[in-house]
Design a protein around this ligand. Structure first.
Ligand SMILES: CC(C)(COP(=O)(O)OP(=O)(O)OC[C@H]1O[C@@H](n2cnc3c(N)ncnc32)[C@H](O)[C@@H]1OP(=O)(O)O)[C@@H](O)C(=O)NCCC(=O)NCCS
Length: 181
């Protein structure tokens, strides 16, 4: 008698999503970034207060980063050098990840990397942004003093957050946003 063949189990295939990494942006990324901003922020993006800051003070293109997964661009971040009360720093943003690549760590990686790159230059002491505390505070951003920093438009001060290695700056940073000196 021939023994019945044991059922052969199908090979177990585990497909883990690839991990994002970052690289400097180049002019070839301009179309991707423009389309990403349109998807992430919509037509209202041009009226945002952070956009008005970037209209007055140019971004530092050498700090623009792109996140990629397997060679496919999936996120971007910009930095605008500014000063507040005579202290030089940066305004982070826009930060956006393509909806098809979210929750893989690209957004936090971009925020952390661009901040580390900028502060490592030793020319600025803080990285300011307008964003959700739940997202940024676990990464080291802290609330600022409500009303202390003057923006060229309306802003929810609960969302004005700062990252700094100076232990006192979150409570002392005050004044209108001005040019990086
Ligand atoms: C916010 C954004 C950049 C996050 O990008 P991402 O690549 O998905 O971010 P990460 O993968 O690093 O982090 C995802 C985690 O943050 C959480 N998260 C996303 N947005 C959040 C927010 N506004 N507040 C709190 N948590 C948030 C997600 O739920 C997820 O949680 P999980 O890890 O427990 O699943 C992306 O959702 C986006 O582009 N949004 C539209 C533009 C925008 O709002 N930009 C930020 C302006 S300050």
């Amino acid at each position: 008698m021939i023994a019945p063949q044991a059922a052969v189990a199908a090979p177990l295939v585990t497909h883990l999503p690839s991990i994002p990494y970052v690289r400097p942006a180049t002019p070839a990324d301009d179309t991707f970034v423009e389309e990403l901003h349109a998807i992430a922020f919509g037509p209202g993006r041009f009226a945002r207060t952070a956009f008005r800051v970037r209209e007055r003070f140019p971004i530092d293109e050498s700090l623009s980063l792109i996140a990629e997964v397997d060679g496919v661009p999936c996120g971007a971040v910009w930095m605008t050098p500014v000063s507040v009360g005579g202290v030089n720093g940066y305004l982070l943003g826009p930060l956006a990840t393509d909806p098809g690549f979210r929750k893989r760590g690209a957004g936090k990686l971009l925020a952390r990397e661009v901040t580390a790159h900028a502060l490592a230059r030793g020319e600025g002491q803080f990285v300011l942004l307008i964003g959700d505390q739940d997202y940024y505070c676990p990464l080291g951003w802290q609330p600022t003093v409500k009303g202390a920093i003057g923006f060229p438009g309306p802003v929810d001060y609960d969302r004005v957050l700062v990252f700094t290695h100076d232990e006192t700056l979150a409570t002392t940073l005050a004044g209108p946003i001005a040019a990086f000196r």
